[in-house]
Ligand binder design. Structure first.
Ligand code: UFG
Length: 327
């Protein structure tokens, strides 16, 4: 069985949907930002906190867990600048409790959701895993701290791990049953689509004076299903003992500015956005675009969805969600 911590969240629920086709799955989630409705019915659900050692002992004693996938983190760059305590507590301290419980219960395989925010502001066109880590916000620092903990746990306790550094995850499942939903929503694509559906007055573009061709930030958007499939390949690599430790970037290798994302949303939806240009948001690097060559070469992963596909799937889901609320 595989334990998916944070399986009721946006990214975790996309992984669970794919994983239940291959493995038995237990989801542990405290529903602080996730939703029970996102969890595939075929998974066992345990409501609880990953920082609660007695809950973890119960889960590891009850189910024959052979690997843990960990999605349960706070992941908003801006919020982490304003409330770093929350980030160090949940992302580092609670994760340490989870890792210690794994060691004590002799569970050896771990897949960790890390982030491009570990790189800080690299001045390169494509970021590969060899770039130095210089995070510029508490969120990126918390993820990097866990990466360091994993390195030491592997050396001392024989924990095997794959770290996956996500770039900007977006899009919804092709079934239309799950999609991106945060409260409050801070991510660019859902905000644009909510605006185009009439749920928000306007879109604010944070900063127009970045050192990029149109002055707005550039990001690399990756579909949640492509990301889920990378996790499954990483899991197989650990279980088949092809890898003991590895760190991989997960992105599409194409950068799009905030303005370009808005334009693509306008094209897909055939609607026009009202845009307000405002100050930069704290903690935002100008440009983050991945080289994902390493995972492609070592695990045979390939992203299948373009930015247009991502926005089409998200639009499909957002529209359905609005319609179902109107019924
Ligand atoms: N943006 C706007 N207006 C908005 C929302 C966002 O202009 O209303 C801009 C942001 O300033 C940024 C870009 O759109 O330049 C993307 O912002 P998101 O909030 O969608 O995503 P982030 O790049 O801040 O962060 C995401 C994840 C992080 C992860 C990072 C890695 O939330 O967990 O991608 O690239 F670390």
């Amino acid at each position: 069985m595989i334990l998916v911590v944070g399986g009721a969240g946006y990214v975790g629920s996309h992984l669970v949907k794919e994983l239940v086709e291959k493995e038995k799955v237990v989801v542990l989630d405290n529903l602080s930002t996730g939703f029970k409705s996102l969890i595939d019915d075929r998974a066992v659900f345990v409501e609880g906190d990953l920082g609660n050692r007695s809950v973890l002992d119960e889960v590891f004693s009850t189910y024959p867990i052979k690997a843990v996938m960990h999605f349960a983190a706070n992941s908003l760059v801006g919020e982490s600048v304003e409330n770093p305590y929350k980030y160090y507590e949940n992302n580092v301290s609670a994760t340490l409790t989870l890792l210690k419980a794994m060691v004590d219960h002799n569970v050896k395989n771990f897949i960790f959701s890390s982030t491009a925010a570990t790189y800080g502001t690299p001045n390169v066109d494509l970021i590969d895993e060899g770039q130095p880590n210089n995070p510029i916000n508490p969120y990126g620092k918390t993820k990097l701290m866990v990466e360091h903990i994993l390195e030491d746990f592997s050396a001392a306790y024989g924990l095997n791990y794959v770290v996956l550094r996500y770039f900007n995850v977006a899009g919804a499942h092709h079934s239309g049953t799950i999609g991106e939903s945060h409260d409050p929503e801070t991510h660019l694509i859902p905000i644009i689509l909510q605006h185009l559906l009439g749920q928000r007055e306007e879109i604010s573009v944070f900063g127009t004076d970045y050192n990029t061709p149109d002055g707005t930030c550039i990001r690399d958007y990756i579909h949640a299903t492509d990301l889920a499939n990378a996790h499954i390949l990483a899991l197989e690599a650990l279980l088949e003992e092809k890898k003991k430790t590895a760190i991989y970037n997960l992105g599409n290798g194409n950068g799009f500015s905030v303005k370009e994302v808005i334009e693509t949303c306008e094209q897909v939806t055939e609607r026009t956005a009202t845009i307000q240009y405002v100050e930069r948001r704290a903690g935002d690097p100008a440009k983050l675009v991945a080289s994902s060559e390493k995972i492609q070469a070592e695990l045979g992963w390939e992203p299948k969805f373009s930015l247009t596909d991502i926005i089409e799937s998200a639009w499909n889901w957002h529209r359905q969600t609005v319609l179902s609320k109107q019924v």
